[in-house]
Ligand binder design. Structure first.
Ligand code: PAF
Length: 280
């Protein structure tokens, strides 16, 4: 695996390639990321991974400074797995040459809801950096995890809107045995918080089971789940049942008619904010 830090080196490595598959990451790689690399490897060749902690997608009170940066460890993991041909780890100047004025803004009805409501500017940061990375790598396929469901949807939407020649391929959320979705932020959890954390996924399953069993008042189901999380000491941002196709809240008639839905949740356990979702 080649590790490159500049766009020029990256282009040198990829000259003449037209089946490149790509996995963008912010590093601190875990089994979830490695599963994305594996899927990328099944979809194209060569596989490019990127590691870049993107300041633009962090809010002023978020964890940009303490976000774990573990480049050598990440390189070792990728080398051992042996699916990635080039690791692109640009520095900030390279990706955001001064003066940086350009931003990609997702449409409000997709970018300002759910995560976008609680993390203003987050999706502008994501789409801006993803477009830049796509422009550097020019992938035929890019793999994104379903854990960041709204991100996946917004990136897909961006590719369609800008007619980018990149197919966005989703990967199922990778979980620990107790159901907790893998995330770099899990390492912030204390021991008791780590024991409590799987409650989030259990509750998503309860929401799913109730709706599947014929409960059509999705708002009531959401409220029950929010109450249960709050009672267990979580600070809830949202538990929300949405339509899969556009992340809008479903009408009762749509729930009754079996519209494909997804329940998405974000809540803080101590200082750590966790997100998860489950398709219904
Ligand atoms: O999902 C992530 O890790 C990031 O949002 C991404 C897509 C790498 C953009 O910085």
């Amino acid at each position: 695996m080649k590790v490159v830090h500049t766009i020029e080196e990256l282009r040198d490595q990829l000259r003449g390639q037209n089946r490149t598959s790509f996995v963008p990451t912010m590093g601190n790689l875990h089994e979830g990321h490695l599963a994305l690399m594996k899927l990328a490897h099944q979809h194209g060749d060569p596989v490019v991974a990127s590691i870049f902690v993107n300041r633009l997608q962090f809010g002023p009170n978020e964890d940009f400074d303490k976000y774990p940066r573990t480049l050598q460890d990440d390189i070792d993991k990728l080398q051992k797995q042996n699916h990635v041909y080039v690791l692109f780890a640009p520095n900030e100047r390279e990706l955001y040459p001064e003066p940086q004025n350009y931003r990609v803004s997702p449409p409000h009805d997709l970018g300002d809801i759910l995560e976008g409501e609680f993390r203003p500017g987050f999706f502008v940061g994501v789409t801006t950096v993803v477009l830049k990375l796509f422009s550097c790598v020019q992938p035929k396929v890019a793999v994104f995890g379903k854990k960041d469901y709204q991100q996946l949807m917004i990136v897909r939407n961006m590719c369609r809107q800008f007619a980018l020649p990149t197919e966005v391929v989703p990967h199922e959320t990778v979980r620990n045995g107790d159901g907790l979705a893998l995330s770099s932020r899990n390492r912030y959890l204390s021991e008791p918080e780590r024991k409590e954390a799987p409650r989030l996924y259990r509750l998503l399953n309860e929401v799913k089971d109730r709706i599947r069993a014929g409960e059509h008042d999705s708002v009531r189901v959401e409220h029950d789940a929010q109450r249960e999380l709050a009672a267990a000491g979580w600070k809830v941002d949202y538990v929300s049942v949405r339509r899969q196709r556009d992340l809008k809240a479903p009408e009762r008639a749509e729930v009754e008619a079996g519209e494909p839905l997804v329940v998405l949740a974000a809540a803080k356990l101590g200082p750590t904010r966790l997100i998860d979702n489950l398709e219904i």
